[in-house]
Design a protein around this ligand. Structure first.
Ligand code: 5RP
Length: 218
């Protein structure tokens, strides 16, 4: 199977966690897109969705799936999203698509977070995939210098602006042995909106599409 076929397979399988009248958090990226397409088949059974990006909101609306404003929602029942890297401890690196901040907000408000990915995303140690950091534009160079002090090599994702009007630094060369600690450290730098480590609020369930079916880690 190709990676995309595995993403489609796992996205469809994740529907088993959807129950009647749920409010569902929706991630961003190709795996989330497969999930949205699969969800369309049962859209009449759910109450609505909260999208983590404009792109996902647009795709949901194209299927006539209701998209709710998070400010009108007290709690999201369950959140489905992909990842760029995941460990067996359910710590993730996210933000390859640049939607990390809204994804982190949706994850925070959700009772359960189901991460769906193809099996190439499972790693022993996070950090081979460059860690995205969303920064306030005027702080970009300052944050980059601070990240260098922590051993990272930040690269500005040029010609990209997030849904929140900010910039992204992709940080190479990090060996993330202590994800919770690094997530906190990076978020304390002035000008950082958030970083793509999902360790303080990890996934609750990791579903991986593999050649031999779905692997579940929880
Ligand atoms: C977007 C993300 C995505 O979940 C991540 O980049 C994985 O994407 P894909 O499902 O296309 O492999 O964090 O900001």
């Amino acid at each position: 199977m190709t990676p995309d076929e595995k993403k489609q397979q796992v996205a469809k399988a994740a529907l088993e966690y959807v129950e009647p009248d749920m409010i569902i958090g929706i991630g961003t990226g190709s795996t989330a897109n497969h999930f949205i397409d699969a969800l369309a088949a049962i859209k009449h059974t759910i109450e609505g969705t909260v999208a983590s990006s404009q792109a996902s909101a647009d795709r949901l609306k194209s299927h006539h799936i209701p998209v709710l404003d998070l400010n009108g929602v007290r709690e999201i029942d369950i959140y489905f999203d992909g990842a760029d890297e995941a460990t067996k401890y359910l710590h993730l690196v996210k933000g390859g698509g640049g939607a990390l901040t809204r994804e982190k907000i949706v994850a925070a408000v959700s009772k359960k977070f189901v991460c769906v990915a193809d099996d190439s995303k499972l790693v022993d140690v996070l950090g081979a995939f460059p860690l995205p950091i969303e920064v306030i534009p005027m702080a970009r160079s300052y944050v980059a210098r601070e990240v260098v002090k922590l051993g990272g090599k930040p690269i500005w994702r040029e010609n990209f602006v997030t849904d929140n009007g900010n910039h992204i630094l992709d940080v190479h060369n990090l060996n993330i042995a202590e994800p919770v600690k690094l997530e906190q450290q990076l978020n304390q730098i002035a000008g950082v909106v958030t970083n793509g480590l999902f360790a303080q609020r990890p996934a609750d369930i990791l579903m991986l599409g593999t050649d031999s079916g779905i692997q579940i880690i929880e």
